[in-house]
Design a protein around this ligand. Structure first.
Ligand SMILES: *[C@@H]1O[C@H](CO)[C@@H](O)[C@H](O)[C@H]1NC(C)=O
Length: 128
């Protein structure tokens, strides 16, 4: 629909319209109410003021640069990690092995089990 709308504008446009194409400002509908996408965000059919939030999580807006969405719960990306819908403290852990977080700089995940790398050795020992 946006493409069709743009084509209509293109057909009507003179030079002054160029700016309109460059701003990512669109009108959308949220449960029947129109809004401008740069001003508001629609989550679960409800409108919210738009600040840095750019996505919805659990029916509420959030800023996906700062917070993640884990099974509908928002969490701080710098301190937590989401593994299979569970939020866990991040610490140095940057990856998930099934539902368990682990540190990929010191361990590996094989068939859902975490193995800590054995230094100067190709063998692995079990993580826990
Ligand atoms: C969506 O609109 C319908 C009809 O106006 C209304 O009954 C409903 O409560 C609205 N939903 C929300 C989440 O506001």
């Amino acid at each position: 629909m946006q493409t069709a709308l743009r084509l209509v504008w293109l057909a009507l446009c003179v030079a002054g319209c160029v700016g309109w194409f460059e701003t990512k400002r669109y009108m959308k509908f949220c449960n029947g109410t129109s809004y401008m996408t740069d001003e508001k965000i629609c989550c679960s059919k409800r409108l919210f003021m738009r600040y840095d939030n750019d996505a919805c999580c659990g029916g509420l807006p959030h800023d996906s640069d700062e917070t993640g969405c884990c099974a509908g719960l928002q969490y701080k990306l710098d301190s937590y990690i989401c593994c299979q819908g569970k939020v866990e403290p991040r610490r140095s852990r940057d990856s998930c092995c099934g539902a368990l977080p682990y540190d990929s700089s010191e361990a590996e995940c094989h068939d859902g089990e975490i193995y800590v790398r054995y230094h100067r050795n190709t063998r692995y020992i079990e993580y826990k």
